[in-house]
Design a protein around this ligand. Sequence first.
Ligand SMILES: Nc1ncnc2c1ncn2[C@@H]1O[C@H](COP(=O)(O)OP(=O)(O)OP(=O)(O)O)[C@@H](O)[C@H]1O
Length: 241
Amino acid sequence: MTVVRIENLTKKYANRRGVDNLSFEVRAGEVLGLLGPNGSGKTTAMKAMTGLIRPDSGRIELLGMDPAERLPAILERTGCMIETPGLYPYLTAERNLRLTGRFYPGFDTGTVEDLLDRVGLLPYRREKVRRFSVGMKQRLALACALLPRPDLLVLDEPTNGMDIEGTAMFRELLLQERARGCAVVLSSHLAHEMEQLCTHAAVLREGVLVDRASVSEALDRYGSLEQYYLSVTQENGRNAG
Ligand SMILES: Nc1ncnc2c1ncn2[C@@H]1O[C@H](COP(=O)(O)OP(=O)(O)OP(=O)(O)O)[C@@H](O)[C@H]1O
């Protein structure tokens, strides 16, 4: 089942940067890794997908629905981590999760403790989030994203600021979500991490999708995702220059 269908998506800011004519699909159980240098349009693509910014043109279909018409129904089944986590600093970790849960119909408060445990925050559940480190906030934001038992996850550099245990925990959780059939769009600058997590990769450069491949194809041909990415971007840079 196709969960994400993006066709000719264009979003240009006033400075003419953004994304240009982007098309990709993600099916249930697939993890698409968006790779690209700083400013290549990964966050813009994710924001446009999830209704945080309005695209200029193109077609977006998520979970078989059009976000322009049915965004709330889509967000009920979607977990997002995009830029700064939207947490309440003066509330505890537990309270943050319970409040987030209210957005989801059928939310079971019994899952809060389990999620805090899965992201390694159970010992800190009664602490206020303003006292959390960057990595602890990322862990809590991940728990919020997993709360609806999502069919779609959109994760922009989710392991930023996470320690080694946190990164390993994230990998385990993401692989479990993938095995459960969740579709994932993920960005990270860590090629090794992407290699372990993604089924597919798409390379962006200056807002344009310059190449995409299944990770197994990329590994067969280039030996590593890092080498695939470097080869594709260098070749594209030569062609553009
Ligand atoms: N609100 C905005 N107003 C104007 N330009 C913007 C805005 N947000 C992003 N841009 C520009 O759009 C381009 C794409 O930015 P985007 O944040 O999508 O890149 P990215 O690939 O996510 O980068 P990074 O790897 O650094 O997170 C950049 O050139 C950026 O300067």
